[in-house]
Design a protein around this ligand. Structure first.
Ligand code: GLU
Length: 286
């Protein structure tokens, strides 16, 4: 007889880089409904690695706006829980351990290129922000990765690190909302950032490490993060971690068809609330 599946654990993973908007609220509402339908738990994780963009006022507003909207979590930065801390900037030990594991397995390499993707790697790549295909400038030749470089033995900071993707391999998974999805490594995406020279993990690595450490069984998030999933599955495999299931929600757009973004203050939950909206009325639009 096969073992019973682990109990459902979902997560809300906002970044306090601005005020949450109606699009976030809808995705999180779907996450909450799916957790409730499965009789599972919902975890709140604050993804604040990009300290230059995260602000104390956004952190406070994030918790307040989520609660106002009717979202509830049983583990999180404000309530604690067995997998604390639930704030990424306080979880560096988990990320450095994963980095060392990847380095020991010879699947990452140092990269000196200064490119746009390095600048952006701390945040989740939303629509139009996906990292460009890395041309492989710093990629060592095959076979070279296995030879430990004495200089890189201890040094982690001071250089960017990329994950070497298995060129030509097609990664497939079945999204619970959008159906089958496939991407070919080296063609649809290339060697991606896992660590930045300022000694911070990329969003891709931090997300995988935390979802596994927190026992997340299903990731519910916006469809614009679909293209991150194959990268994350490769990281799960390289780290020997069980991958969660995925449910990517179609995105909410504004009247002109553009994706809602934090910079558009009109759809922030704060502004809607100040204008007299109630969570019930807003949810009726979903
Ligand atoms: N923190 C990310 C964001 O706010 C979400 C990442 C995820 O759900 O994997 O865009």
């Amino acid at each position: 007889m096969s073992a019973a599946p682990p109990p459902y654990r979902g997560r809300l993973a906002p970044s306090p880089t601005g005020y949450l908007h109606l699009g976030h609220a809808r995705t999180f509402w779907i996450a909450q409904e799916r957790a409730a339908a499965a009789g599972g738990a919902l975890i709140l994780r604050s993804e604040d690695l990009d300290q230059a963009r995260c602000r104390a006022e956004f952190r406070a507003a994030m918790l307040e706006d989520l609660r106002w909207f009717g979202l509830r979590w049983s583990e999180g930065p404000d309530v604690g829980g067995p997998h604390a801390p639930y704030t990424q900037s306080e979880r560096m030990a988990h990320y450095t351990a994963a980095f060392e594991e990847l380095r020991a397995r010879g699947v990452i390499y140092p990269c000196n290129c200064s490119r746009q993707d390095v600048l952006r790697a701390l945040g989740a790549p939303h629509a139009g922000e996906d990292e460009p295909l890395y041309p492989g400038t710093c990629r060592p030749r095959r076979g070279k990765l296995e030879i430990p470089n004495p200089k890189s033995e201890t040094q982690r900071a001071g250089v960017n690190w990329r994950f070497r993707v298995p060129d030509g391999e097609t990664i497939t998974f079945s999204d619970r909302a959008l159906g089958p999805h496939r991407e070919t490594a080296g063609r649809d995406f290339g060697d991606f950032l896992v660590w930045r020279k300022d000694d911070l993990p990329s969003y891709q690595l931090a997300c995988v490490v935390d979802d596994a450490a927190m026992g997340i069984t299903e990731v519910v998030r916006g469809a614009d993060l679909l293209t991150s999933t194959c990268r994350q599955l490769l990281l799960d495999r390289a780290l020997g971690l069980a991958a969660p299931a995925f449910f990517h929600c179609p995105l909410m757009t504004d009247v002109s068809g553009l994706r809602l973004a934090k910079r558009d203050h009109a759809t922030s939950l704060r502004a809607l609330r100040a204008g007299g909206a109630t969570p019930e009325k807003l949810r009726a639009q979903f």
